[in-house]
Design a protein around this ligand. Structure first.
Ligand code: ZN
Length: 257
């Protein structure tokens, strides 16, 4: 059974950006592993990190990340993929990024987490041996997304780029502004664009999976109804840049554009 590994920075990114493709692969007989990187619970969050959960209506006593990991299990079930993997790295607000602008304002010089991420990715990739990897382009410029790209590219030869990688365009940052920042545009503009179309069933699975991230929907989209409308605008297609060579006919419907 061919295997796909989706490397998601946060608990929702892979589903928002590539959920239709993941459902499409799973239905086509692929083993799909969705691994989210920044999922560690941090006891007694303070300052901006605490504000990030209070502004979503969750009191300080709630284990915010445990709640989001639970949402992720439900999302994976909607996609029809296996139980997801949760890597124990701390989100940027727990690594010294102290405000919303800082999350999108470039990497801190002392944030060297990509070295640890690269080690974890090498281990994961050598265990799973994926035939295909899906990962972000860091459209929008969130520092955690940027670090995931840097870490994947820092994996040793033999690990990267052994499998072809479909680099997704990070939704909803792609639509939040007319010209979202793309700090890694120079890297990705050299790679071939590729799109994957999927049918109504996979589109529906993606919508249900997106809706499973209930703690994020109000903040990201302004509510469940708005989410449905925004996903409809996207249509049943996801767009990527490709490195490496896709096995012929795989995934089904992949097309150069
Ligand atoms: Zn994210």
């Amino acid at each position: 059974m061919p295997c796909a590994l989706a490397v998601s920075p946060h608990l929702d990114d892979a589903v928002f950006s590539a959920g239709g493709t993941l459902a499409h692969l799973a239905r086509g007989g692929w083993n799909v592993v969705m691994a989210t990187v920044f999922t560690a619970s941090v006891a007694e969050p303070k300052g901006f990190a605490l504000a990030c959960q209070l502004d979503k209506g969750l009191s300080a006593e709630v284990d915010y990340m445990a709640l989001r990991r639970e949402e992720d299990l439900v999302a994976a079930a909607h996609l029809g993929i296996e139980a997801p993997v949760h890597l124990p790295f701390r989100e940027a607000p727990h690594r010294g990024y102290g405000s919303p602008p800082e999350l999108f304002g470039g990497l801190h010089a002392d944030d060297r987490i990509e070295l640890n991420l690269a080690d974890a990715f090498e281990t994961l990739i050598s265990q799973i041996r994926p035939d295909l990897i899906l990962a972000p382009q860091a459209v929008g410029g969130h520092v955690d997304h940027v670090q995931v790209v840097r870490a994947l590219r820092a994996c040793r030869p033999g690990v990267y780029p052994a499998a072809p990688i479909l680099w997704w365009r990070d939704y909803p940052y792609t639509v939040r502004s007319a010209d979202p920042q793309e700090p890694l545009r120079e890297i990705f503009s050299d790679f071939d664009p590729c799109e994957i179309r999927f049918d109504a069933e996979c589109e529906s699975r993606k919508a249900q999976a997106c809706a499973a991230y209930g703690s994020q929907i109000g903040f990201q989209f302004g509510g469940a109804e708005a989410l449905v409308a925004r996903l409809k605008d996207e249509g049943a297609v996801e767009r990527f840049r490709l490195t490496g060579t896709l096995p012929r006919g795989v995934p089904p419907n992949a097309a150069a554009v």
